[in-house]
Design a protein around this ligand. Structure first.
Ligand SMILES: NC(=O)c1ccc[n+]([C@@H]2O[C@H](COP(=O)([O-])OP(=O)(O)OC[C@H]3O[C@@H](n4cnc5c(N)ncnc54)[C@H](O)[C@@H]3O)[C@@H](O)[C@H]2O)c1
Length: 273
């Protein structure tokens, strides 16, 4: 038992940057043999070379490719102890139900919900046969409540991902395979930093007012929690969505009705009186 991951075979998707990179680095630091997967080969190769891991350039939305990837890693390493689904995001989806296109909806759902499903489906029989394993998917506060930036397929697909992980947690826990979600708040990854910089000072202040810790998070703060959830010490943590968000979405601070419900909502109108 312990937090040590020596010789555990760990697949981390989205490992080229941000939360995935921080996770790959943390698991390697704890002793795991890390296989990093990402669609961006240059940055992935650089990250994996620096931690002595294996880089696999791959698009996780390719179902057959995912099955092949899991089979290849299993053949080469002899086992798979850990799968961390980090690759995800809003892509370039328009904001709001009316603006988002069907093509954008499909791409976002494919990345955030379908890809983790393909990988979980392929790894499940291997971990079951081993009678041990850890699967963590990176969800989102948007999947628990709603997308504050109004990206409809993102909120829907992350909620679906949370449901997928709860469902397979029940099926796989009797075999010693624990499945959970780690759901970040606002994190200063490459993507998070772009998102933050696009906001004007008033928008930044409003957002910050809803974060109890009064600051944005770092990718390493998500990686630290993932490293615990994939360790032997999390043996009785099953089917959970663990928010790592500095108290975001607790509405415990100066949240306004327009932030919670949108301008024009009933609650917002009542506040204007
Ligand atoms: N940053 C935040 O504030 C935040 C908040 C909540 C949830 N999340 C979630 O955390 C995860 C990581 O976010 P991040 O901020 O580090 O994002 P990021 O955009 O910085 O990194 C995502 C990585 O995934 C890779 N990727 C994208 N599509 C891929 C595909 N089809 N196949 C393989 N790899 C692909 C990208 O190349 C990139 O390296 C995502 O699932 C995101 O939804 C992030």
């Amino acid at each position: 038992m312990g937090l040590d991951l020596t010789d555990k075979v760990a697949i981390v998707t989205g490992a080229a940057q941000g939360i995935g990179e921080a996770t790959a680095r943390k698991l390697a630091e704890r002793g795991a043999r890390v296989i990093g997967v990402d669609i961006e080969s240059d940055s992935l190769n650089t990250v994996m070379a620096s931690i002595g891991g294996k880089a696999i350039t791959h698009d996780v939305t390719d179902a057959e490719g995912d099955a092949r990837l899991i089979a290849d890693v299993h053949r080469e390493f002899g086992r798979i102890d850990i799968l961390v689904n980090v690759a995800g995001g809003v892509l370039d989806a328009e904001r709001g139900i009316e603006a988002v296109t069907i093509a954008q909806w499909r791409r976002v759902v494919a990345l955030n919900m379908e890809a983790p499903f393909y990988l979980c489906k392929a790894v499940a029989p291997i971990m079951k046969a081993q009678r041990s394993g850890r699967i963590v998917s990176v969800g989102s506060g948007a999947g628990r409540s709603y997308s504050r930036t109004k990206v409809v397929p993102y909120a829907a697909s992350k909620a679906g991902l949370h449901g997928l992980m709860r469902q397979i947690a029940v099926e796989l826990a009797p075999f010693g395979v624990n499945c959970n979600v780690v759901a970040p708040g606002f994190i200063l990854s490459e993507r998070g930093r772009d998102d933050w910089e696009r906001r004007d000072p008033a928008q930044k202040e409003k957002e910050m007012a809803t974060i109890a810790s009064d600051r944005l998070g770092a990718p390493e703060e998500i990686a630290n929690v993932i490293a615990f959830v994939v360790s032997d010490e999390s043996s009785y943590v099953v089917g959970q969505t663990i928010m790592v968000a500095g108290g975001h979405w607790m509405f415990s601070r100066k949240t306004t009705a327009s932030q919670r419900c949108g301008e024009g909502s009933r609650e917002w109108r009542m506040k204007q009186r």
